[in-house]
Ligand binder design. Sequence first.
Ligand code: HEM
Length: 402
Amino acid sequence: MSDATRLDSNAWSPFAPAVMQDPAAGHQALLQQCPVHHCADFDPPFYTLSRYADVEAALRDVATFSSEFGQGPRFTDPQGMLCDAPQHTFMRKLTQPAFTPGAMRAVAPQIEVLANELIDRIIDGPETFDFHDDFAFPLPVVIIAGLLGVPTADLDQFKAWSDIQVAAMGAEDPAQYAKEQAAFFAYMQNHLSTRRAQMQSGADVPDDLLSLIAGAAYDDGALIDNADALSLLMQLLVGGNETTTSLITNLVWRLLESPAQYAQLVQEPELISAAIEESLRFDPPVLGLYRNTTRAVTLHEVTIPAQTKVWINYAAANRDASAFPNPDLFDLQRYQHHKPKRHMSFGLGVHFCLGAPMARLEAEIALNALVKRLPDLRLMGEGERIAPFFLWGRRTLPVARK
Ligand code: HEM
């Protein structure tokens, strides 16, 4: 586990090799010495907010900390529902029904079947395997592909495309992915048009996410246009895949780092939901997202100019001792016996992660199946981190099943 005070705030940058390798290496320095950090050697330069209270206030003040120029590090058009009201309110309302408790109950059996099929394959395969590739990666992508009616034959291509969407969001030159992105858009466009045509002809269509979006209408009753429908579809894909994979991978990684913790969950699976919350707090799959200031803001004697990118560092806020006692300890009991403040890993306020119930459900089902069927799981190495600096997860995680 990291020595959380080892990086001086002057040396801090999300791109510093030590921070890339372990984001927690810089949290305490930022929190204690530099609550408003300026990163000048990035184009565009940006500020970083880290303290719990500042992160909370910024996420709630959407009039000042806007999403209109994207939630990524560069100024872009807003994507999907990562925009301001009224467009945001409209899109959120439209997709909310896909994530109700009833919708989660409906999808739970599919997740359970898939988690067990993946474990069947692991048990029949070699003793050592990559936990990311063989379990944590396929699970969310196959589930969301199912909700979007993507045929099994297209799954591998679909997975590759959805990874490219994430890579493009953090890339210095997103244009390098333009060709693949265009191919993905064309595929989804075709998929959407086919479903719309089926709906218009009165054919029976599945009651899934694709039908929900294909049949969605504006307040005046007109069907939503292709651009809006596609950008929503993309957001649901990109927002939910790699993040959920990272949640499952990060949690298993931490548990296996101290095997007694994994053994404890094998004995006491009722601790799993508390373990998921602690993993989200300790290792947030999204370290932070950006907002754009609509006016100058002065905080802790630093003035952030208007029209500036601000990185809202959820990961550091989750390690703020004023909100979480002993913040650098991964503590399985934290969410079991106490009522800590809510972590920031799903954001807060109007943009609070729409897919949080789905991510929690997938992680819960996955962990229950793993502790039951692979009780002797062992870590064989640290693996590698995923590439985008604002995300945190393992691209590989070598393990042994006994
Ligand atoms: C562990 C997994 C996940 C994590 C860590 C995560 C994290 C986040 C975060 C940090 C935000 C933005 C909050 C903000 O702007 O401040 C967000 C928004 C969002 N997430 Fe997730 N997410 C996860 C899973 C999912 C899943 C499974 C889906 C859908 C299938 C999803 C769909 C969305 C959508 C649509 C938004 C935009 C909500 C809005 O702007 O109103 N996410 N998520």
